[in-house]
Design a protein around this ligand. Structure first.
Ligand code: URA
Ligand code: SF4
Length: 216
């Protein structure tokens, strides 16, 4: 399984399927525990990620690490990747400004994301931010109204979305956590659900408990 992922990462490292290939320094494929029942899917690499080839290692990534740690988790407990594998930025002023990936870039990069998720086979996908939720849950996903809820997924038993740590950083002030508490709570829900689904899948026999529906 992780052999399959290694081969995919190798193939993706030279991808030229969309315009983001022109300016990238590294394709940021993803990393972590490919056997984890929980996969986090972000928007796309920023400057630090583009420079290092690793997902979520800049300022937003540090906040994500903190939110994982507040749940007793580390990056090695989950698998972390992105909707697009190359940095999306506006270069028109000479100084690159990160931007959301365009629909055609998101569509092109599904050629890597879809087999990546299929190779991992997670129980739960946690979409980090609106672009990821629009890609993996529903085109018109409303992040503030619909974060923290269960949705059906083609690629996992369920998908949940949460606020992007970069958004939280922009919204934080002395009197406002910017939504950080929601990020921590959504990670908790995603992890608990993944563990519950894992236990159910590996349990000796199905217990005759009343089914609670995931898709409330
Ligand atoms: N933001 C993302 O969405 N992904 C990263 O890898 C880094 C920042
Ligand atoms: Fe290929 Fe995805 Fe990079 Fe576009 S963003 S060049 S599709 S790896």
């Amino acid at each position: 399984m992780s052999e399959q992922l290694r081969e995919l990462a190798q193939a993706a490292s030279t991808c030229q399927a969309c315009a983001l290939a022109e300016r990238r320094r590294n394709v940021v494929f993803g990393e972590g525990n490919p056997s984890s029942p929980l996969v986090l899917v972000g928007e796309g690499p920023g400057d630090t990620e583009d420079a290092t080839g690793r997902p979520f290692v800049g300022r937003a990534g540090q906040l994500l690490d903190k939110a994982l740690a507040d749940n007793g988790l580390s990056r090695q407990d989950v698998y972390i990747c992105n909707t697009v594998k190359c940095r999306a930025a506006d270069w028109s002023t000479g100084k690159p400004q990160n931007r959301a990936p365009l629909p055609e870039e998101v569509t092109a990069c599904r050629q890597w994301l879809v087999p990546q998720l299929a190779a991992i086979g997670p129980k739960v996908i946690l979409c980090i931010g609106a672009p990821s939720a629009k890609n993996l849950i529903r085109k018109d996903f409303k992040i503030t109204a619909e974060r923290g809820k269960y949705f059906p997924s083609e690629f996992a038993k369920t998908a949940i979305a949460t606020l992007h740590p970069a958004y939280i950083l922009r919204n934080q002030s002395a009197s406002n956590d910017g939504g950080y508490g929601l990020l921590v709570a959504d990670i908790a829900k995603a992890w608990d659900t993944a563990q519950r689904l894992l236990a159910k899948a590996s349990g000796p026999t199905e217990r005759a408990e009343p089914q609670t529906t995931l898709f409330e």
